[in-house]
Write a protein that binds this ligand. Structure first.
Ligand code: CTP
Length: 400
């Protein structure tokens, strides 16, 4: 996957640095040549000896070593990619402002190669407006952010800010080179609307009815289209996933009604609509203003649900020039159910997910789908990463 790729891995002062020997091992295993750099603070979390052993190269942690100068300009030109992982809040702030007080900053500022950044910090630091502004700044310079993940943090808090898993970073780099070596053809679509993630239907101020959708498939579709030059509006239900691409307009919503309103507001101007959201079909008939209390002696309660608007079917009725793509998650008689949705919702394509397929559906990083349309035989896309599935779906609907 990464044969002969020259990668500089710059490690900075974050507890996630302890994962970097494993990251180097995986990159080397994929065929990459890895040169490790460290900030002085990184050495508090991982030993230079461990990193030089797995990378089979000396590690540079200062611009000079006694009388020997490490040529940071040469290093920045040597690499095919500079990966900063983990990137601490401090390094991120320095990168946003062009500071140069260590080897990592010197190489970053003189690098002519693309730069990938995998931030890692505690949730409160990640959510601070200063960090948010710094992320936007470094992304605007053309650097790519490998979004941090949700999970257990050094503080013990479960939240956002954890460095992406080494496996996910390696996959990101492999996808990055794949795209770089075969640049995407410009899309025939100009403006796309995508829905993704679950919807939460409120019962009272602290409870809701929801589902396990992560939004990963819709986010992958949004990224793929944005990379092809399409202006994407992504209407995203509640999910922990981060979307950090400047060319995607992200509208975060909670309920089906909010998703419906946002989609209707932009629909006219759009030429491609992909509805991958797992929209709740029903919502509680009333939303209690105060927390619902258990009544002493009551062994069961009944919640009355009312139908939510069907966003896809509504847009299907309104559609003029738009290409409309729906998703269907089925457990039995999959093809027949998907075919029925195609007709009922006046869609042009239905992307069918079967819960019977291992590695497909909610929460996973992989998927396997079948694309149903009016005039063609069902088209099967085999199990692969959601990024690769997104590209296959978009290629198919663009050429059908
Ligand atoms: N959808 C929608 N609005 C809803 C329900 C679903 O836009 N209120 C969209 C989904 O985003 C998806 C497609 O319709 O693209 C199919 O959704 P699904 O829930 O599988 O189908 P339903 O029509 O709700 O049928 P059922 O739940 O009976 O399978």
């Amino acid at each position: 996957m990464l044969t002969n790729k020259k990668i500089i891995l710059a490690v900075t002062g974050s507890i996630a640095a302890y994962k970097t020997p494993e990251l180097v091992r995986q990159l080397v295993k994929q065929g990459a040549e890895v040169q490790v750099l460290m900030t002085p603070a990184a050495a508090d979390f991982v030993s230079p000896l461990a990193l030089s052993t797995v990378s089979k190269k000396p590690v540079f942690n200062s611009v000079s070593n006694n009388d020997q100068w490490h040529n940071h300009v040469h290093l920045g030109r040597w690499a095919d990619v500079l990966l900063i992982a983990p990137c601490s809040a401090n390094t991120l702030a320095k990168m946003a402002n062009g500071l140069c007080d260590n080897m990592v900053q010197a190489v970053y500022l003189s690098a002519t190669c693309p730069v990938l950044i995998a931030p890692a910090m505690d949730e409160d630091m990640w959510l601070h407006p200063a960090t948010e502004a710094n992320v936007k700044k470094v992304a605007a310079y053309g650097n790519q952010i490998i979004a941090p993940e949700h999970g257990e943090l050094a503080s013990g808090i479960i939240g956002a800010g954890r460095m992406a898993d080494p496996e996910h970073i390696v996959q990101f780099i492999a996808d990055f080179f794949k795209k770089k070596d075969t640049p995407p053809a410009p899309s025939k679509f100009k403006k796309a609307l995508i829905t993704a993630g679950p919807t939460y239907e409120k019962l009272d101020p602290v409870r809701f009815i929801g589902n396990y959708s992560s939004g990963k498939m819709g986010i992958a579709l949004a990224k793929t289209l944005a990379e092809q030059g399409v202006a994407v509006t992504l209407v995203l239900g509640p999910t922990k996933e981060e979307v950090l691409l400047p060319n995607i307009t992200l509208l975060r919503v909670e309920s089906a009604q909010e998703m419906f309103d946002q989609c209707n507001a932009v629909f006219e101007d759009i030429d491609l609509v992909i509805m991958s959201a797992a929209v709740a079909d029903f919502r509680p008939a009333t939303q209690a203003k105060e927390k619902i209390k258990k009544t002493d002696g009551a062994e069961h309660i009944t919640i009355e649900l009312v139908k939510n608007p069907d966003i896809l079917a509504t847009l299907g009725k309104k559609k003029t020039h738009q290409v409309l793509v729906g998703f269907a998650l089925e457990t039995n008689n999959e093809l027949a159910h998907a075919q029925a949705k195609l007709d009922k919702k006046n869609a042009d394509f239905i992307v069918l997910n079967s819960l019977n397929d291992k590695g497909a559906g909610f929460g996973t990083d992989t998927n396997k789908v079948t694309i149903i349309s009016h005039n063609n035989q069902p088209y099967e896309v085999p199990l692969q990463s959601k990024t690769a599935i997104a590209l296959a779906i978009i290629n198919y609907i663009s050429n059908a």
